[in-house]
Design a protein around this ligand. Structure first.
Ligand code: ATP
Ligand code: MG
Length: 445
């Protein structure tokens, strides 16, 4: 087999570039995604790291002869010529006329599910999750997590441009957990420690060092219920910033980050957006209402009687989503001034009405995706608030070093990556947007 000098490699170009290489030789490594035998020739679809490439085997293309061992999911290296042709609709398309196929490995068994259809049709979510290493090979499933990479990348790129420093806080903590019933306890050489529920206490400490910090990392919540929006381990995209004027600075930063992310998805994740039919929201400004006004809307416009006047239930979040879309033409809605009773001990109360806080949630298409707010930065105030919450400030000595030795006005937020992905893609269950979900019934694979 003679190869033309300077054979192009599939690592270097994508299918979209084939038009610039018509007639040239290319070497492609990947999986045999599908084989379709026709009369006198066969289509061999190769799945690369990013594309499905239609290759054609026919005896007239070279002296290479089909190896009967070739099967779907075999890893191969195909060498062939890029050639233009037409699809059924008469549009230009490119395929590769096979000159040679080298087998790199053969599967030991055939796949337990069909992955080479457009979508994993009629397969239950539980089966898809049980078989994740395989089901993710389906291009649509894979695209979910490629798009999710885009979200994280957008968050990171935007914040780095805004002078944030990327941090990684410890996930095993001795004391100083935020508390509550949803903390995982762990035996640590005979001592009881906790898995981090959020990077909150550390990111605040680091505001005292870097002024602006962010973290994209797993957090752990012992959620005891089986719901469609709770995981026991999820990726939290957090940031915290110092020297703010008020908590609107935080909301503006989040709005900027979301705009940047959506734009990045539209430009650099076009294939995934199309494949997933993702409805990327247009963001100009995100409307903002106060918590109690939101409750009024729920009662007056939706004739619903809330069971809890200090928080929203999922139905109420949906109503607010409908309201935001229909009346404010927005997929997003900031709700501000949550009741103090329901917010954590570090949240700053509204000086003009201490029953409420300088905090907010962001709802996206009727689902909470973010909680954030301004934090208490005065030492005495924070100590007093801890005591009021029944906490022992001595257990939080490290945390309180920030306040004791001088902290600027600051605040931040936590944004759930899987929840954002879920509603971006119109999924009903957060697990669909989670690579390897951990929930009350699942710790494998
Ligand atoms: P919820 O009220 O919906 O249970 P929360 O108010 O307890 O959420 P926060 O502590 O405010 O959650 O966490 C910040 C963000 O992290 C949430 O807005 C959400 O996007 C995400 N998040 C929180 N808990 C979970 C979870 N168990 N699984 C997936 N994402 C979560
Ligand atoms: Mg919250």
């Amino acid at each position: 087999m003679e190869y033309i000098n300077g054979t192009i490699k599939n690592e270097d170009i994508s299918y979209g570039d084939f038009k610039n290489y018509d007639g040239q030789e290319i070497s492609i490594h990947g999986y045999i995604h599908r084989i379709r035998e026709m009369t006198g020739f066969s289509f061999v679809i190769i799945r690369t790291d990013k594309d499905l490439i239609q290759c054609v085997y026919a005896p007239e293309f070279s002296s290479y002869r089909w190896d009967e061992k070739l099967a779907e999911e075999a890893c191969v290296k195909v060498v062939g010529k890029i050639a233009s042709s037409k699809d059924k609709q008469g549009n230009d398309r490119y395929e590769v006329q096979i000159h040679d196929i080298k087998i790199l490995s053969l599967p030991a068994e055939t796949l337990p599910i069909v992955i080479n259809k457009k979508q994993l049709d009629n397969i239950q979510l539980n089966t898809i999750l049980d078989l994740r290493p395989v089901s993710l090979r389906n291009p649509r499933e894979r695209a979910i997590f490629k798009l999710q990479e885009g979200i994280q990348r957008g968050f990171r790129e935007f914040l780095i441009k805004e002078n944030f420093t990327e941090i990684h806080s410890p996930k095993i903590n001795f004391a100083g957990a935020e508390g509550g019933t949803n903390v995982f306890k762990l035996d640590y050489f005979g001592k009881q420690v906790y898995l981090a529920q959020s990077p909150q206490l550390y990111k605040q400490a680091l505001v005292g060092v870097f002024e602006r910090v962010f973290e994209i990392a797993p957090v752990f919540r012992a959620e005891h219920h089986d719901t469609s929006r709770h995981l026991n381990e999820y990726i939290s995209m957090d940031f915290e910033m110092g020297f703010i004027n008020d908590f609107h600075d935080i909301m503006n930063m989040e709005t900027g980050a979301l705009k940047y992310i959506m734009n990045l998805l539209k430009t650099e994740y076009k294939n995934e957006v199309e494949l997933l039919k993702a409805d990327i929201p247009e963001i100009t400004e995100i409307p903002c209402i106060k918590f109690m006004d939101a409750k009024k809307i729920i009662m007056e416009k939706f004739h619903y009687t809330p069971t809890d006047m200090k928080d929203f239930d999922p139905k109420e979040e949906e109503m607010l989503g409908t309201y935001a879309k229909k009346e404010l033409n927005s997929d997003f809605l900031f709700v501000t001034h949550y009741p103090s009773k329901k917010r954590p001990f570090y949240t700053m109360d509204d000086p003009s009405d201490p029953e409420y806080t300088l905090s907010f949630d962001l709802l996206f298409r009727g689902l909470e995706i973010t909680s954030g707010g301004q934090r208490i930065n005065d030492y005495n105030e924070q100590v007093a608030k801890m005591k009021k919450c029944g906490m022992n400030p001595e257990e939080f000595e490290t945390y309180l070093m920030l306040h004791k030795y001088g902290a600027p006005p600051h605040g931040g937020l936590g944004l759930g990556l899987e929840r954002l992905t879920m509603h971006l893609l119109g999924f009903k269950n957060v697990r669909e947007a989670t690579m390897f979900p951990r929930d009350i019934n699942r710790v494998t694979p």
